[in-house]
Design a binder for this molecule. Sequence first.
Ligand code: SAH
Length: 350
Amino acid sequence: MTQLLDYSKEELREIFASLGIEKFRADQVYLAMLSGKDYDDNINVPKSVINQLIDKNFLMQSVKIIRKLESKKEHTTKFLYQLSDGNIIEGVLLSYKFGNTLCVSTQVGCKMNCAFCASGLNGFVRNLSAGEILGQVVAVNKMIGGTVKKREITNIVLMGSGEPLDNFDNVVKFLNNIMSKDGFMMSARNISLSTCGLPHKIEKLADLQIPITLCVSLHAPNDAIRNKIMPISKSYTIAQILDAVKYYNTVTNRRIIFEYILIDKVNNSPTHARELAELLKNIPCHVNLIRLNPVDGRDLSQPSMESCIKFQNALARFNISATLRRSLGDDVEGACGQLRNKVLKEKRDI
Ligand code: SAH
């Protein structure tokens, strides 16, 4: 089985040429599939060509929305998608007046096993291909009435399940394809990638000069605390991550976003705020504070709202710009991995 969404328009032209199909047919199929169309939609391609593609086991759409849950509280919609091999992944759409932000997954499951996150609870299954990452954008864009020419998704965050930099080549291919002038023409400025902090990969990404916004899940003001909640910190210290981040900032000139989940009695005291401010004082950055979303099977508690505001104010006193992200969509299990795990559990219970 070949997923056509894995390819750029040029690559699709070559594949079609090798089958003796004219180039302009590749262009038609390329635009149709980016708009979310499949073979049985009216795509203006002769039946003989379509049969040839189906015979070769070429898939136009590799990601199907199988469940959609709208949050009552906020403009948040949670999606479950099914992949062509039956695996299930999830995503979240945040709809604001200024546009629609889609949070996409990059792996089925995750290797990192962070103590606060649901994504790693069932282990790692596999990487998503570039086309399966793009397919999430295609499916949701279509669902909300967009096409390739009139794109409704304005922003992408690679912040769903998985560690994007652990699937480096497919993620970079996805970035190139979604930014391509042949397709969605998304600007790097409207794309953010969130990583648990793999220093060599951050540097490699910087060298590619794709100026997306880099978000780093720091979650701790020192290595001792980070060790307790993020197993990856046994491989890389905060100092190594910050060196890589400074390099990223120098090469791309983009401000870095640090994410910091506030966890009660773990990392949320005023002393921790001071320590964090000290770490970040020479880095052009912004801190996104996130109040922990409790996750079943993970033994950590949510701090009071009051203590979160105190933490934010403490950072402000040290001149670190920080926002406290409202918890969006928690009534539809908004935190990473929650919905997928729930569905998997339901399936086991049946
Ligand atoms: N592997 C990447 C991308 C995964 S998403 C990374 O580590 O950055 C990671 C983000 O999901 C975290 O920074 C946080 O913003 C969010 N997240 C995960 N579990 C959460 C939880 N229980 N409560 C709140 N936010 C959570």
